[in-house]
Write a protein that binds this ligand. Sequence first.
Ligand SMILES: Cc1ncc(COP(=O)(O)O)c(C=O)c1O
Length: 394
Amino acid sequence: MRPAKRIENLPPYLFMEISRKIAEKKAKGEDVISFGIGDPDIPTPAHIIDSLCQAAKDPANHRYPETESLPELRRAIAGWYKKRFDVSLDADSEVLPLIGSKEGIVHIALCFIDPNDIALVPDPSYPPYPMGTILAGGKPHYMPLTEENSFLPDFNAIPANILKKAKILWINYPNNPTGAVADIDFFNRTVEFAHQHDLIVCHDGPYTEVAYDDYKPVSFMQAEGAKEVGVEFHSLSKSYNMTGWRIGMAVGNAGIIDTLKRVKSNIDSGIPQAIQYAAIEALTGPQDCIQVHNAIYQRRRDLIIDMLNKIGLKAEIPKAGLYVWAKVPEGYTSIDFAGELLEKVGVVVTPGTGYGQTGEGFVRLSLTIPDGGLVKGLSRLAEWHRNRSKLKMH
Ligand SMILES: Cc1ncc(COP(=O)(O)O)c(C=O)c1O
């Protein structure tokens, strides 16, 4: 059976490959510690689960939900944006709940990308931005995120002939995988650039609530004129440890939101309503859980950075997000280094090239590893370092 042409260039999802390798090792009875996927290990807060359970018992929530979700949920999202970012959104036309933000991130390409259109995609980046583009028949043009430019794209480096064909501009801060953050000046410049070149800005911001040392990330929607040019994807996955419940949102430009709704109404049948009620509780209920989770991640971040320093791997201390972006030792590629850690000490880190070519020379470590595993994983990194030093001496 020959698959459709549009998926010929589509690699398997990065973490499917990593999960397969871990399963192989585990099947051989080996113990693997994973700093791989960014999937919060801390449970969803109890008050959110209570409202989910209660809603699940109500037969009104057993039926097909509406594509645009419950008006109460859209109002809760608009209310949260007002409270958190002082951004006003119309709950009916500028808010669309999603079955997790990944779903909307891929579907937006079907809304705006025709065959051979271009989407401007950061490199490295979260893989669904380029993959959604390819599924829609379009082409990603990669914008390198380099350390010298603080992991921000250099808009001036994009060739004029590319800009003519470009329709979507993807950005993501706090950034996965580099851990970089952006300020409002960068977002204001992005709006200006989008106006100049008639681009739709898709900002992906699921990590705005995961931040450390009193740093408060900004939303793209706070930029002047953001709503004229784009949307922001957000998610309850990382803010409230709800990755398994699958709920997120797109907010911003009413025309873009309406087009996404049109596509989605033909593809999915909405978000299970009990989960929508859980999301309302998450957004409108007590918010202190966020600080509690961030304190846990911050302690893990510091332990990881401390060990990386000890074993001579350079990494910036991230101000936000769930990842440490570390340089591999000299003489290794990202893939070699990740492979060696897995083979020699049973530790999984994600090779930077899994997120694009510019990720070469880096690996990503996630902070979503329970404390026991973290301590064990770090001592294995120290063991790798000791063994390597011994080898060098001989
Ligand atoms: C940058 C980025 N965007 C979006 C997502 C997807 O989140 P969701 O669970 O809402 O689909 C992730 C998940 O890791 C991510 O890292």
